[in-house]
Write a protein that binds this ligand. Sequence first.
Ligand code: TEU
Ligand code: CA
Length: 585
Amino acid sequence: DIDRNWWKEAVVYQIYPRSFNDTNGDGVGDIPGIVEKLDYLDYLGVDCIWLNPVYESPNADNGYDIADYRAIMDEFGTMADWEELLAGLHDRDMKLIMDLVVNHTSDEHEWFVNAREDPDSEYRDYYVWRQGRTDVDGFTGHHGPEGEAPPNEWESFFGGPTWEYDEDSGEWYLHLFDVKQPDLNWENEDVREDVFEMMEFWLEKGIDGFRMDVINLISKPDAITQHDPPEPSDFGGTIDGPRVHEYLGEMGDRVLSDDLLTVGECIGHDMSMEEARRYVGRDGDGLSMIFHFEHVLLDQAGEIWETSDWDLRELKGVFSKWQHGLRDDGWNSLYLNNHDQPRQVSRFGNDGEYRVESAKLLGTLLHTMQGTPYVYQGEELGMTNVSFESLDEFRDVETLQPVRNALESGEIDGFDEVREGLEANSRDNARTPMHWDDTGNAGFSRGEPWIKVAANHDEINVAAERGDPDSVLEYYRRLFDLRSEYDVVVYGGYDDLWFDHPELWAYTRALDDERLLVTLNFSDTETFFEIPKPETHGGDHPIWASDVDAADVDLLLANYDDVAETDDPSEFVLRPWEARVYRLT
Ligand code: TEU
Ligand code: CA
């Protein structure tokens, strides 16, 4: 009576096309480049590809500013190339999900062009226009006419105001992201209808689902014009806004079905499990899963160059909350990095001495939780964050704009002041080219890459790792196999052991009488593990020391190669970043 679904059993591999593989030497990855690597994906053993946006776009935000939802970006190739990719994936039993970016369009989308040119056009109301404020004394800010302030002074996600003045009409439009990404007005039924028709266009081409960009921002509250600065927790009510579930419900009825993988990106700090189930639960909107941000915000401070300390117990706390919160109703996505996040081995592991061990440990974590794991290109090699010598080496608007603003205002004096923070946080860490081999451009391009190639590609690359039994790559392939071999890996319930331990992350998974024990040492030193006794641990845990008899224990996977299958799993010492997965039958 397992509630099975292909997307629960799948491993999703995320491809950022601009940085994956360039076939024509212009320095920009392209769709033929992905086609060229289909056999690599097949060998890797992933089940589904999530493709970052490949639609026509002026690339103010690398494709997240879409000018035409039904056309492929010239730089990336043609619709025929894309169709070849889809067919090539389906031939190899892989699925494809596409990025759906419908909180905003590009300002070069014809809807916005019409809306701006002609306030009487039917497209005007596709966007969010408001009057400025004249009741603010001495306002010297931004681009408005003398004496007029924007509808409010909220700051956009990429720095600077969320409102842009339009001289011709005298009104301001809302952009929660870049000025070239005006927000769509979902209150307008025609907007919804056009979005749904566009989704049908892609579904008819045969895709297997959508990753929905910032989908929990689509419903704007009245407070959007309120003057007070928004609470970061809900961004003035735009996060999980008033009608979001109504809109997604409508989308569900109109275009979605249960055999599609739909994953909604939901930004925000602290979502209640009740709210989460509104998206993904049985009585929810019908999304398969969401991406929440709680674990990737733990080490973040205010500005892009600011970091704060994180503690393993907090990270465990976030995972535990979601594992329990969606255990019987809903489904989790599992990720530690993507195109918006620094490399996981640099952030949560040790990318120096224990790079290989900790990359494997983090993979073990994600692939032995309940949920669907997402692997970001290069993660399977243990790719790391990058050293950036100057601001010129960055490409991302989310890095460049706030830093330039801060330089201009004098808030910071120079690049060196923020370098360390940017090297920790910038999205460009994830966007440098994929490492195929140890040649000059890592085999990514024969031309000049659009963004620098990480220096350590001579050591960390597909050619070096493929076939090496000790490589991160080969370990990831074994992780993927575990999911297809054991139902408990996919569907089992999660329970913590030693929850308060600051370095050890240990847990069990249980499904009927199948049980897994996972032990992970998140530190550079040795850590002792033992299965806690029922007397000290309390409660009703699916695993107790008395149950564990070495005779019915299998070591399924370990990231050190000298762990004997017969070692007593009820207590042992874990070496730095050591990971073990046992199966108890
Ligand atoms: O990201 C949502 C988002 O808010 C990100 O800006 C995220 O908070 C930040 O990158 C963390 O550092 C999505 C897309 O994934 C991102 O690439 C786009 O830039 C953004 O939406 C706008 O479409
Ligand atoms: Ca190219």
